[in-house]
Design a protein around this ligand. Structure first.
Ligand code: COA
Length: 247
């Protein structure tokens, strides 16, 4: 049995990474962050869809409070979790978070870094950091407003209120809700759908989606210009046209 806090299953077109510290509700410690960096290096070199999930009926109940307790100003300035989550968010292919049970504090922020979030019926997601005398500094203050809008994000972050599955779906924090037993299959179904499309077109769509407002529409044109020059675009469009002509 491995005692690594992140289990990684490699498939040809996707990787499933499972947060696995069940005795600590998968709290994200330095070893987990180190594993996430290793995984990102692998996926930057060989882009594949990433499914992020948690073992034992929990996504992650936060950054590891035992480690946070000893951290000082210089640690905050290093942005230990923030840097890793930015790297996860910037992976070339889509990241899908399959969130079962608790996704609190840093666990929620890791989920916010994903491109697509789905939840189980037992989902409990939120940022109780202010109750611990800190702020949610690993992405919540800028990613949550992008996901649910500024007013909702302000209400959630300033109260520390934890949201259940139905509300999370209603405000768009997760795209769908599934029985826990079906959650991973639902994530795989999304990855299957992604795998039917052209990988580079998917990567460029993600890049355009993540670009700042002032880069549009120039960046869309630049990325499209590259795609227009690829034989793959010609092949896919010709195949479409020929199939229609045969009807
Ligand atoms: N960091 C470190 N350890 C954590 C943790 C965290 N964020 N969340 C849970 N754990 C540990 C507990 O200390 C406990 O360890 P122990 O058995 O060695 O004492 C173990 O995980 C199980 O947690 P427990 O609180 O007994 O489970 P529960 O089912 O009663 O409650 C939670 C679950 C998630 C509600 C509760 O653990 C909790 O509130 N965790 C902290 C959530 C939080 O504030 N996160 C934000 C951090 S920035």
């Amino acid at each position: 049995m491995s005692d690594a806090p992140l289990l990684v299953e490699r498939l040809p077109d996707r990787v499933v990474a499972t947060l696995d510290r069940p005795s600590k509700h998968n709290a994200i410690d330095q070893a987990t962050i180190d594993c996430l960096h290793e995984l990102c290096a692998e996926l930057e070199a060989q882009p594949r869809t990433l499914i992020l999930t948690g073992a034992g009926g929990t996504f992650a109940a936060g950054a590891d409070i035992a480690q946070l307790c000893d951290r000082r100003a210089e640690d905050a300035l290093r942005g230990i979790n923030a840097t890793a989550f930015v790297r996860v968010g910037e992976l070339p292919m889509p990241v899908i978070a399959a969130i079962d049970g608790y996704a609190l504090g840093g666990g929620a922020e890791l989920a916010y870094a994903a491109d697509i979030r789905i939840g189980s019926t037992t989902l409990r997601i939120g940022n109780p950091e202010t109750g611990l005398g800190i702020l949610a500094a690993a992405g919540a203050t800028w990613r949550l407003p992008e996901i649910v809008g500024h007013a909702r994000a302000a209400e959630l972050l300033l109260t520390g209120r934890v949201v259940h599955a139905d509300e999370a779906a209603a405000i768009g924090l997760v795209s769908s809700v599934h029985p826990a037993a079906d959650l991973l299959a639902a994530a795989h179904a999304i990855a299957d759908r992604i795998a039917t499309n052209d990988p580079l077109a998917t990567q460029y769509t993600k890049r355009a989606l993540r670009a700042p407002r002032e880069r549009h529409p120039a960046i869309d044109g630049e990325l499209q210009a590259e795609l227009f020059e690829r034989p793959e675009k010609q092949r896919l469009m010709t195949a479409f046209l020929e199939k229609r002509a045969e009807r």
